[in-house]
Structure formats: structure tokens, C-alpha cells
Write a protein that binds this ligand. Sequence first.
Ligand code: ADE
Length: 246
Amino acid sequence: MRVDILTLFPQMFDGFLSASIIGRARERQLVDIRVHNIRDYARDKHRTVDDYPYGGGAGMVLKPEPIFEAVEAIKSELYVSFVPIILLTPQGRLFNQELARQLAGFSSIMLICGRYEGVDERVAEYLATDEISIGDYLLSGGEVAAMAVVDSVVRLLPGVLGSEESLDDDSHTRGLLEYPQYTRPAVYRGWTVPSVLLSGDHGAIAKWRRQQSLMRTAKRRPDLLAKVALSDEEKRLLSEVFQSSC
Ligand code: ADE
């Protein structure tokens, strides 16, 4: 997959792109991530990327020309008929695992990071194919949001996660939160690991984990649980834990 990121602050991506799972995926050429400075596409001698808002008001607005020209120049290098052009903005639709999964299916995506008070609306209207927000809070710009999107998409690409980092049990993969995890020591400051995990009984461990996952989701994110189609077995497990905790 190829990912093109347009930003006024390319340096913000340095650590993100070189470390951990993303760094390894790039080294192994499972993903080609390119960061472009929007300022490089500004044509005037001051390389102006922003201007005052029409109608007045505080702050500056990103101009349309450098963004359109950047997107068009990059797009002309891609041999694909459709590339999602995503504007990161608090006004976009809320990002989630399902959206990450859909984006992971494209061979190429482009992300535009907004800044300042906003981006000229013509970018959203005539250039972007989608607007995405990573949550109902305000960031200083789209860069951190773009990193969140890239991270969640890249880890879904074939071969990126080793078998030891399997996707199956992760929170949100099935719309449920993950069960609690423990490692050694078995007793730390007097706090013990649940004895079932030390029992070696794989059936009992699997059942405990499923129950924990269901219970956590019910308690912390009832909105998620309401969307998941539970099997009869899962409904039984859930009522069993609730009865024993009451
Ligand atoms: N830019 C500023 N805040 C944002 C958010 N919550 N999501 C995406 N982009 C943003």
C-alpha cells in the first residue's frame, strides 16, 4: 500500500515512521509512506500557505491552491483509478475500526492534515473524497490524527503483524474490548494474577477470557455491546458473570 501525507510539519512524522511496527513495515516494503510539505507547492516567492478568513475572525485559513496542486501532482504519479483523499478535520465522520479496515483495502490513500483555524472549504468540497475526525476533541492540527489513521490501517495490512501479535483478540476487532492481560511475576506487591491463567486448562482460560471481554465491554462500552451480534453461548456467559458478580 502507498500512503501520501500532506502536511505543513513533515518533521512531526519522523519518529512515528521509523519506530516499532510502522518502521518495520516500511523496512520490509509492506507499505510506502511519503510525507509531503504543502509549502513546497506554494508558488509565490514567500511560499504562502495561509491567509486571513474572508468575513473576518481570528486566525488564519489554509489556502486552497497549494493543497490542490500538491494532491494533483502526487495523484499524477499514481497508477490507480481511484484514491481516497482524506481531509483530517474535527468536522469529519468519526474514525473507527471498520473505517480502518475499509481503508486497508485500497492500494493507495492520501491524507491531508489541516492546521490553524481551518482549511478553505473548497478543499473539503471539491478535492477531498472523505473527511475524518479521530474523536470529539480539538487537536492543533491533523498530523496526530493522520498518525492514528496510518497506524491503525498499516497494522491491518497482510504480513505487518507477526503471528505473535495476532489481530484476532485485539480490542475492537470484533467490536468487543479485549480481556485483561498479565505477565510474570504471578504475585506483585501482593496482587495476584487470576488463578485460572496459571491453571494450564486452555478451555477454562478461553472461557474466562471471553467472559472478561464481554463483561468489560458491557460495563465500559455498552454502546459497543449493543452493536455486536452475540451468540447464544456468549449471552449465557455474560449472564453467568453478571449473576456471580451481583
Ligand atoms: N484536527 C483537529 N482536531 C482533529 C480531530 N479531532 N480529528 C481529526 N483532525 C483534527
